[in-house]
Design a protein around this ligand. Structure first.
Ligand code: ADP
Ligand code: ZN
Ligand code: ZN
Length: 771
């Protein structure tokens, strides 16, 4: 069709801007195309196919907006090509979502087409699980006196009509064929053609997903603090406003969210509740679904099948869900325009909200923008707010702070003990025990004896993270051949024999654990920390604990799918499992009343990172994990092992003093001109050749400086991990008091074609990762 249209015929057609799904950056919104007459009704937000480049390659794109008559389009009219057609997925994004995508594209310096491509789930694009069903019913009897053409039907066909008369109708055509004893639907299709049957088409989804309600708990009476927060936030319904709910774990934040969601639905609006991917347990969803019994709750997270994801997305697009609960991508739920009434971000401080591929958006910051576009309130909640959010509430006063100072009625504040692990280690008799000190061991014994459950945290997978020569005079240490990083020893105990291998956690390369030092031939030793090693020591210390039965290790190695994780939690919830040991997966959001002891094997793992947020991360880790204890009737305890027990972040977390920690940390950051006082964008250049990488970094730095104005351009410098997967890495940092200034510099760089995202360059605005 329009493929054959001559260019001259496009001259009278309306023009649109199309964001093509390619990394083109020249014009910020997209490219200009003509809209053929038969597609004139296509709305903005529709996914289409357009010819791209000299070869006119058919390429997917999105209609961003109409071009007004007389608008300067920058290219001669006769060069404009027509759109080829609509995309078979039939997707049209709501206007607010398109506006949101444009903001993400501009702010996070990611081409609009790439941004749009990434927000539409592949399952939706490929229409996975969509089935067209044909339903049939008996044709209504012809009106008296109407002329009818009598078409003779066979006995067999009459049989089908007789059978149908006895069945509930309409019925799926295949089911009727089966009931009538036909081997195919062909005879029935002839009955449709002859007018004896009427057919209707219906689209449905193979795998529907319904958020299952958990145990219906009666709604507790809100405390005075909860009521005050609920009332203040409710007053802002219908307009954009930012709120921060700060309260220790168990202080009743979720209860506030539930009340606000109810109120939002009562007002006929819809809501988004973001939770970190990790804590998306059936617990959270079940609790919300149970309390919002009359509201429809949709769920978007990585644990869904493709067909389920498509079905949830379509449900949302049709306006069929009141509340969507999900990980950061739930911000892209296709909620119809003018109907979003509330956005909530639980555990807003979670680094997992930052996406680590383009567009590198931060779910919390993007949530604020989403609410602003929808003109509705946004509520951030945390026991340990990010310093960004804390400063916005305390210093800048652009968000309203609500403090919950007490744990909800019936919950205890856990007693936290910080153990000087350097001193304790000397007391350990058994030389094969290195990671569990006497205080932690005794507390575990007592808790288990009394029938309580234990959570043990260590933020490192594997068995041990240093592999080196046993001879101290030799300095050989195993590093990855492709990365400037050490390798981690893992033990594979699945086969009959116990086999050790080493893996690089950056490029995932693996090899067997070498037995001898390649330089001097002495035996190799492994040392350092890892969850597998904790597991081994625990079975030695507590013969009653059996891995896989009464004890479970929960980390990225054992929990490869969301289902594994959900099953593990379920077994822990039932009490079959006494000890849950693992990485940060278990540090957050879990609510098990019988957890009476929480142990942190090493609070120092985060402190060792070359990251200006190290103290903040340590504080968060210690407080979050301690908050898992004492959620039931029994008092809770936390034991934190550390080689640096006097570190302020650890000490203040143990005494539950976030406000003092935040004040000190904000002062330190100010002194060094770091976020949140200043905004930071990080540009990472990657190249297999070291000198090319360095030269490109220097050239880009020079170019940026020429138009950076007041923005500080730092670098280039070698990244903390100088090489990953065979590619050298250099970084440039942009720092400014003003986010708008950084955006301006990035936009200028993009329009000059300096920022082609891909293998060789990543742009990370408000970067959290520093490696
Ligand atoms: P948070 O989200 O801050 O960790 P939750 O909202 O999960 O806290 O509350 C912790 C526990 O206390 C939950 O079991 C909840 O049902 C209960 N709870 C919350 N608010 C109240 C209240 N006002 N009265 C009694 N129990 C409450
Ligand atoms: Zn590697
Ligand atoms: Zn050696």
């Amino acid at each position: 069709m329009s493929l054959f249209a001559t260019n001259s015929s496009t001259e009278t057609l309306p023009l649109v801007v199309v964001a093509v799904e390619r990394a083109v950056d020249r014009s910020p919104d997209g490219l200009t195309y003509a809209l053929p007459r038969e597609l004139a009704q296509l709305p903005d937000g529709a996914r289409v196919e357009v010819p791209l480049g000299r070869g006119e390659t058919p390429t997917a794109g999105w209609i961003v907006r109409r071009i007004a008559e007389g608008e300067d389009i920058g290219i001669p009219r006769e060069k404009i090509k027509p759109i080829l057609g609509v995309d078979p997925s039939g997707v049209v994004l709501p206007g607010e979502l398109m506006q949101f995508a444009r903001w993400i594209s501009a702010y996070y310096a990611c081409p609009i087409g790439m941004t749009l491509a990434s927000i539409l789930p592949a399952a939706v694009r490929k229409a996975i699980g969509r089935v067209e069903r044909t339903l049939v019913d008996l044709a209504p009897a012809p009106a008296a006196g109407a002329k009818t053409v009598i078409v003779k039907i066979t006995k067999r066909q009459q049989h089908a009509l007789d059978v149908l008369a006895t069945l509930p109708r309409p019925i799926e055509i295949a089911d009727l064929a089966e009931a009538a004893g036909y081997s195919s639907v062909e005879p029935l299709k002839r009955l449709i053609a002859s007018g004896h049957l009427v057919a209707t088409k219906k689209t449905s989804f193979e795998a529907s997903f319904i958020a299952r309600a958990g145990n219906i708990a009666p709604a507790p009476e809100p405390t005075a603090e909860q009521s005050a927060a609920i009332a203040a936030i409710s007053r802002d319904f219908g307009q954009f406003a930012q709120h921060l709910v700060f309260g220790v774990t168990g202080s009743g934040k979720t209860e506030i969210y539930i009340r606000l969601l109810e109120e939002c639905v009562r007002r006929g609006k819809r809501a988004i509740l973001l939770v970190p991917e990790i804590s998306l347990t059936p617990q959270t969803v079940g609790r919300i679904a149970a309390r919002l019994a009359t509201a429809k709750v949709a769920v978007l997270h990585s644990g869904l099948t493709d067909a389920q994801r498509n079905q949830q997305w379509q449900l949302l697009a049709e306006g069929g869900a009141d509340v969507v609960v999900g990980a950061r991508s739930a911000l892209f739920a296709p909620i119809p325009d003018d109907s979003l009434g509330l956005v909530i971000v639980d555990e807003e401080h979670e680094p997992g909200y930052k996406q680590d591929s383009a567009p590198r958006y931060h779910g919390r910051d993007a949530a604020i923008r989403r609410a602003q576009i929808a003109k509705c309130p946004v509520v951030l909640g945390s026991a340990t707010p990010s310093l960004e959010s804390w400063m916005n509430a305390i210093e800048r006063r652009i968000s309203t702070l609500h403090r919950l100072t007490k744990r909800a009625p019936g919950l205890n504040v856990p007693k936290v003990t910080v153990v000087d692990f350097g001193a304790e280690r000397r007391e350990i008799r058994d030389r094969r025990v290195n990671l569990v000190g006497p205080t932690l061991r005794e507390s575990m014994e007592k808790t288990l004896r009394e029938g309580g459950q234990v959570l043990l945290l260590l933020n490192r997978r594997g068995y041990a993270n240093y592999i080196a020569c046993s001879d101290q005079r030799c300095d050989w240490m195993l590093t990855c051949t492709e990365c400037d990083a050490g390798m981690v020893c893992h033990v594979d105990a699945t086969g009959a024999a116990r086999k050790s291998f080493v893996r690089c956690h950056h490029c995932l390369a693996e090899q067997l654990l070498p037995k001898q030092c390649p330089e001097c031939g002495k035996p190799v030793t492994v040392f350092g920390l890892g969850t597998q090693r904790v597991e081994e020591e625990l079975t030695r210390l507590f013969p009653s604990l059996v891995e896989g039965e009464t004890m479970l290790r929960v980390d990225g190695d054992t929990m490869q799918t969301a289902k594994h994780f959900h099953d593990a939690l379920e077994r822990f919830g039932k009490g079959e499992v006494k000890v849950l040991m693992g990485t940060q997966m278990i540090a957050k959001g879990l609510d098990f009343p019988n957890v009476r002891l929480v142990g942190v094997i090493s609070a120092d793992t985060a402190l060792a990172l070359p990251d200006f947020r190290a103290a903040e991360r340590t504080f968060q880790l210690v407080s979050q994990v301690s908050g898992r204890a004492g959620r039931g009737a029994n008092p809770g305890r936390a034991v934190i092992q550390s080689f640096e027990p006097e570190t302020p972040a650890i000490r203040l977390a143990a005494s539950h003093d976030f406000e003092r920690f935040a004040a000190q940390e904000l002062a330190d950051r100010k002194e060094f001109g770091l976020p949140p006082h200043r905004r930071l964008a990080r540009l990472i250049l990657r190249h297999p050749g070291e000198s090319e990488c360095a030269e490109r970094a220097v050239a880009l730095t020079h170019a940026l400086r020429s138009f950076a104005g007041a923005v500080e351009v730092r670098g280039p410098s070698v990244c903390p991990i100088a090489r990953i997967a065979g590619k050298y890495r250099r970084q440039i940092e942009l720092l400014s008091d003003s986010a708008a200034e950084i955006s301006r510099v990035l936009a200028e760089a993009r329009s000059r074609g300096l920022l082609k995202l891909g293998e060789e360059l990543a742009v990370d605005v408000d970067a959290l990762s520093v490696v």
